[in-house]
Design a binder for this molecule. Structure first.
Ligand code: F6P
Length: 525
């Protein structure tokens, strides 16, 4: 299927070019608001400030229908092998399913497996939180450290920070990078006797995670002996054997499955740091929220389907306006890691240039995703958003309710700034002095949650997952593999060997070879 050859694609293109010439604010009527500002449980999605109208929406729906989007959605939920390059089903949705309807993977119903694993997690979490689980010197656990990277870090870290108001008693730390500075600092901050390490790696081959875990394990063995590992280490992985060989106690190994993509890990046992940080019930509520969005995505006709609408709008700018980036700006410090999480979710999924038919695509695919929290970002990069030559569609995200009973005015100032920025981007302000002129006509969405609760956050995350899925399908790319990360990993192994050894025969280009020499010289002196 070649999307650009479809009639609807051409109609979208023609109409988009006309809409582009309009004043954004002139598009906003009560009917426009009814259609493009949607309420979903406790989240208000406002897509009204876009170069989008009923005709365009209908054409996108035609495009999606012509491309059998609904079938694609059903195939994902049904556990079909939609990740064809890796020959895997894609079933993060099964992990949050709130009923026992069977979901089959190669003929096996995975729901009982998920429920059984959930029970094991619940028991583990309760043992740690109640103080029943003790460290090697008999002290209860006070700190947990998640050792993982990419999806084994970004999702759980983002959620733990976002749910700060719901924290149980433990201090939570995340270590991802191989930069020794961070590890050193962490080890100064925590007390080994009261710390539990969670080694999270779907593949159990990730260099950064294993190297960090090994270094910490060694410290325990030297200080407290081999038996201490069982009290201070747990792991989540698809590779149970590798985890056992690594020295993790069998009772402390939680399974992962091939049918959960790395960037969807937070829904799997890889989200164990979430359950430990906010308690098991809140972790369940997070999944419930995602499930509600799953139901909406699966069952709602495209006209009212919120993730589909979000995807259409992103595609409009990406494919028909030539805008290459999108900014995500949470006006809530708790969502500090949300842009990082979205970067992996969207760019690792949709940064592809080969179609599902294994052909080079001739249309744009995944956008560049970036962002930071407001209002801080207003004082750094908003200048470019308002007056730069590049146009950047923006998504603002916030919670209505003040999450502390103190300083109510602060929260209103925060929200006032967000609304003002969105309005300013759209309306601009004429000034004859050019450098003071605001052209305006710059689009933005606002996602307004009643409050950042586990359930509402779950729905928000699932919204972005499904939006990303729709985009991938309409671009005809596989959102679920990530071969683009492999080459660098492979070369890093060779470079490391050459940094350590005196390898006279270099396999590197001259530039890299010279850099290797520089580092070697520094480490010799
Ligand atoms: O390098 C990319 C990646 O494979 C991600 O897709 C994944 O989330 C991350 O690395 C970590 O992988 P793992 O959980 O297997 O250690």
């Amino acid at each position: 299927m070649i999307p650009t050859k479809l009639d609807a694609w051409k109609k979208i293109d023609q109409h988009a070019q006309k809409l582009k010439e309009k004043q954004l604010s002139s598009l906003i009527t009560p009917a426009h608001l009814d259609r493009f500002a949607k309420k979903f449980h406790h989240i208000y999605f406002d897509f009204s400030k876009h170069f989008f109208d009923e005709y365009l929406h209908n054409q996108f729906i035609s495009l999606a229908n012509d491309m059998n989007l609904k079938n694609a959605i059903n195939s994902m939920f049904a556990g079909e092998m939609i990740n064809k390059t890796e020959k895997r089903a894609v079933l993060h949705t099964a992990l949050r399913q709130q009923n026992d309807t069977p979901v089959l993977v190669s003929g096996q119903n995975i729901i009982p497996l998920i429920k059984e694993t959930d029970k094991k997690i619940e028991k583990f979490v309760n043992a740690v939180l109640s103080g029943q689980w003790q460290g090697v010197t008999g002290k209860p656990i006070k700190n947990i450290v998640n050792i993982g990277i990419g999806g084994s870090d970004l999702g759980p870290k983002m959620v733990v920070k976002a749910l700060d108001d719901f924290r149980a008693s433990l201090n939570s730390y995340f270590i991802s990078n191989i930069d020794p500075f961070e590890l050193d600092k962490l080890l100064k901050d925590i007390d080994l006797e009261t710390t539990l390490f969670l080694v999270v790696s779907k593949s159990f081959t990730t260099q950064e995670t294993l190297t960090n875990a090994q270094a910490i394990q060694q410290i325990y063995i030297e200080k407290f002996g081999k038996n201490s590992i069982a009290q201070h280490f747990a792991t989540v992985s698809t590779r149970v054997q590798k985890a056992l060989e690594f020295g993790i106690h069998p009772n402390n190994i939680f399974p992962m499955w091939d049918w959960v993509g790395g960037r969807y890990s937070l829904w799997s046992p890889a989200g164990i740091s979430i359950a430990l940080s906010v308690g098991y019930q809140h972790y369940e509520d997070l999944k419930k929220g995602a499930y509600l969005m799953d139901l909406h995505f699966k069952n709602t006709p495209l006209k009212d389907n919120i993730p589909a609408l979000g995807a259409f709008i992103s595609m409009l700018y990406n494919n028909f306006f030539g805008y290459e980036t999108e900014a995500y700006l949470p006006y809530a410090d708790k969502l500090k890691y949300f842009p990082d999480f979205l970067q992996q979710l969207i760019m690792e999924s949709n940064g592809k240039s080969v179609s599902l038919n294994n052909e080079k695509v001739s249309w744009q695919t995944g956008n560049i995703i970036w962002g930071n929290i407001g209002t801080n970002a207003q004082h750094s990069f908003f200048q470019l958003l308002h007056q730069g030559t590049k146009k950047v569609p923006v998504t603002f995200i916030a919670e209505k309710e003040n999450s502390t009973t103190h300083f109510p005015e602060h929260h209103l100032i925060l929200l006032a700034n967000m609304l003002a920025q969105s309005e300013a981007l759209m309306k601009g302000e004429k000034n004859e002095v050019l450098y003071k002129n605001f052209e305006g006509n710059r689009p933005s969405s606002i996602i307004l949650m009643d409050k950042i609760t586990p359930q509402i956050l779950g729905s928000l995350i699932a919204y972005f997952e499904h939006k990303t899925f729709v985009e991938a399908w309409l671009w005809q790319i596989n959102a679920f593999d990530q071969f683009g990360v492999e080459l660098g990993k492979k070369l890093a192994k060779q470079v490391l060997q050459d940094l350590i050894n005196d390898n006279k025969k270099s396999a590197h280009d001259l530039s890299t070879q010279r850099l290797i020499e520089q580092i070697k010289l520094k480490n010799r002196s």
